[in-house]
Ligand binder design. Structure first.
Ligand SMILES: [Zn+2]
Length: 466
């Protein structure tokens, strides 16, 4: 008898637990229901052929007329002015520019000639912020290494040589360390210059640029990227004991800081205009390629998400601020200046969320979120409404959020979009970052997912707890 009773008790408790768990998983909170219709409308609008044509032409226009938008260039400022004027044309409530001083690095003429079993000029690209060579260039023997560990063991051989980092791509975060630190590590051992195997999994003889950093100790030495193909070739020649030299010439130089701008457009909130959801991408790019994936796509997608709200007559309770940040690629001075602005004017705490797209505008898969568990739990039910776009998962941690990084480090919740990045690093920071690499419908889906997420976050009753 006792045994049966106990059994029944255990059974009913487990039933209770199961049914509770099921209710939590399957039934979205009631407040989500009021957004169903709006979410459908936004997705429909983003995928409407006319709107797709409009955003695609805008993306093409920005990157056809204003490619090579490197900090300090006239091209970047022209692109910023173009965005400013077009946001006014769209009827944004407030459109303005924030002054930002940015580093002004220029590449000038550069070349690399290989002298080994044969001689030939190789494809190369100087790395951002690198110093140049003397006008006549530097000719020296090369030393190929596959990792920091290998270099450590052979560092006594580096004196007077040009160190070639032939490091295969694992993850961007890991492999990019060689681009960031490679020159300083080589320089400390007496190397006169350094070359980097481009940071990519796949190559068609395309060198990739990107920013570098010199440590305070040691001489800054010239640093340039070569292709994956040539790095592997040099490795094979070295393994066979061939003598190889290269002649590197780089006219790169750092000029005095230049005046640039963050460009900002707002849709004023209907009930809590002082509360802000800030979204955007970076308007600057490298001085090669057209900067379409990186990051005109992110700028256009966030901007377009808000333009569609306006077109549908939707005005969320909070203000949505679209920002084209300047100088992400070689300084992040735009992201820092925005943080300083909102800290000084006291609006920092009034931000509900910071959202950035800077990891390509390929097929959307979901969102990454950095913030409190309570905020995460509030955002999760929204995924049901973005799911028709393909954005189904909300994960912890965010990618492509460098410009909002300064805000997030001060405690503001931040979000990025997750996309199918399979091909992202094939084109990243190369001459091949051009419009043909993107798919119009994928970009439209990114806009749809962004519009739904951002509209709800800007309109929901609850503040996201920090
Ligand atoms: Zn970027």
């Amino acid at each position: 008898m006792m045994k049966r009773l106990l059994y029944l008790l255990v059974f009913s408790i487990s039933l209770l637990i199961t049914s509770n768990a099921t209710a939590g998983e399957n039934e979205p909170p009631a407040w989500i229901d009021e957004y169903r219709e709006t979410a459908e409308k936004l997705i429909e609008a983003a995928l409407e052929p006319e709107n797709m044509d409009f955003m695609w032409e805008r993306l093409a226009w920005l990157t056809d007329y204003y490619p090579y938008r490197l900090s300090g260039s006239e091209m970047l400022e022209d692109a910023i002015e173009w965005m400013h004027d077009n946001m006014i044309e769209d009827g944004f409530d407030e459109v303005y520019k924030q002054e930002v001083m940015v580093p002004h690095w220029v590449r000038n003429e550069e070349s690399l000639v290989f002298h080994g079993p044969w001689s030939r000029e190789l494809r190369m690209i100087g790395l951002g912020s690198s110093v140049g060579t003397p006008p006549e260039g530097i000719r020296a023997e090369i030393m190929v290494v596959g990792s920091f560990e290998e270099f450590e063991e052979r560092s006594h051989e580096a004196e007077g040589k040009i160190v070639v980092w032939n490091v295969p791509f694992t993850t961007y975060g890991e492999t990019v360390q060689y681009r960031v630190r490679g020159a300083s590590v080589a320089s400390r051992a007496g190397a006169v210059a350094s070359l980097l195997r481009s940071v990519t999994q796949f190559s068609m003889q395309t060198p990739h640029t990107g920013n570098i950093r010199y440590d305070d100790d040691g001489d800054p030495i010239p640093f340039a990227a070569i292709t994956l193909e040539d790095a592997e070739l040099m490795q094979r020649f070295q393994d066979r004991g061939e003598h190889m030299e290269v002649h590197l010439t780089m006219g790169a130089e750092m000029l005095p800081d230049a005046l640039s701008h963050n460009v900002i457009g707002e849709l004023t909130g209907s009930e809590k205009p002082e509360e802000i959801v800030v979204i955007g991408g970076h308007i600057d790019s490298w001085d090669i390629g057209h900067g379409v994936m990186d990051d005109a796509g992110g700028v256009i997608a966030t901007w377009e998400a808000v333009r569609l709200m306006k077109e549908l007559g939707l005005q969320p309770k909070r203000t949505i601020r679209v920002v084209g940040w300047t100088n992400e690629e070689n300084g992040v001075m735009g992201g820092r200046a925005y943080r300083d602005m909102v800290m000084e004017d006291g609006s920092f705490e009034n931000h509900q969320l910071a959202y950035e797209i800077d990891f390509g505008v390929f097929e959307p898969l979901g969102f990454g979120f950095t913030g409190s568990d309570e905020a995460f739990a509030l955002l999760e039910p929204i995924m049901e409404l973005t799911a028709p776009t393909g954005a189904v998962t909300l994960r912890e941690g965010s990618s492509g959020t460098v410009d909002i990084g300064p805000l997030m480090r001060e405690g503001m919740p931040g979000m990025g979009i997750d996309t199918n990045t399979e091909r992202y690093f094939w084109y990243h920071h190369t001459d091949a970052d051009t419009l043909d690499k993107l798919d119009k419908e994928d970009v439209a889906k990114i806009i749809a997912a962004t519009a739904v997420m951002i509209y709800i976050v800007a309109d929901m009753e609850q503040r996201l707890p920090w």
